[in-house]
Design a protein around this ligand. Structure first.
Ligand code: CA2
Length: 149
């Protein structure tokens, strides 16, 4: 059975507790449950992980190559800073869908630049927790050949 990894970066463990006007009311556990439901509907397996550490996220991307066919990545603030995450994606050659809860293009200027975007198959942002479901669909569409990218 096809398996994908949904990987979350720094501070996303705090979701649902603060700034609901920006990031919504869903907790990361709610989002995990929603992702598992979506995966079951699509007939695939899904791993789900979160780390606040850049190096741990690099390790998880490396390890994903053994078990998963692709990654949905919300790299949080490392999106805007991490050459290491960009290189990890390039090194593993895994297809990655970049995901953000908020519309990073409608916020501070520094959030508009992403080190992930050039090595991702595409980016989804601005749809809150629902974006995870959209990203899973896009990744599975890419992997089974029914997507456009
Ligand atoms: O919109 C997104 O998903 C982000 O990746 C979230 C990151 C932010 O740095 C990116 O620019 C966009 C921040 C996540 C912070 O999560 C919080 C959770 C609860 C309370 C406050 C922040």
């Amino acid at each position: 059975m096809m398996s994908i990894l949904i990987l979350n970066g720094p501070n996303l463990n705090l979701l649902g507790t603060r700034q609901p006007e920006v990031y919504g009311h869903a907790t990361l556990a709610d989002i995990e449950a929603m992702c598992r439901e979506k995966a079951a509907t699509l007939g695939i397996e899904a791993g789900f992980a979160q780390s606040n550490s850049e190096g741990r996220l690099v390790d998880l991307i490396h390890e994903a190559r053994e078990r998963h066919s692709g990654v949905v990545l919300n790299a949080g603030a490392y999106t805007h800073t991490s050459v290491a995450l960009m290189d990890a994606i390039t090194a593993t050659q895994l297809p990655v869908v970049e995901l953000h809860l908020s519309n990073i293009h409608a916020r501070e200027e520094f959030r508009r630049h992403s080190y992930i975007a050039p090595v991702a198959i595409g980016q989804i942002c601005g749809f809150g927790a629902a974006g995870y479901g959209l990203a899973i669909e896009a990744l599975v569409g890419h992997l089974d050949g029914s997507g456009t990218t």
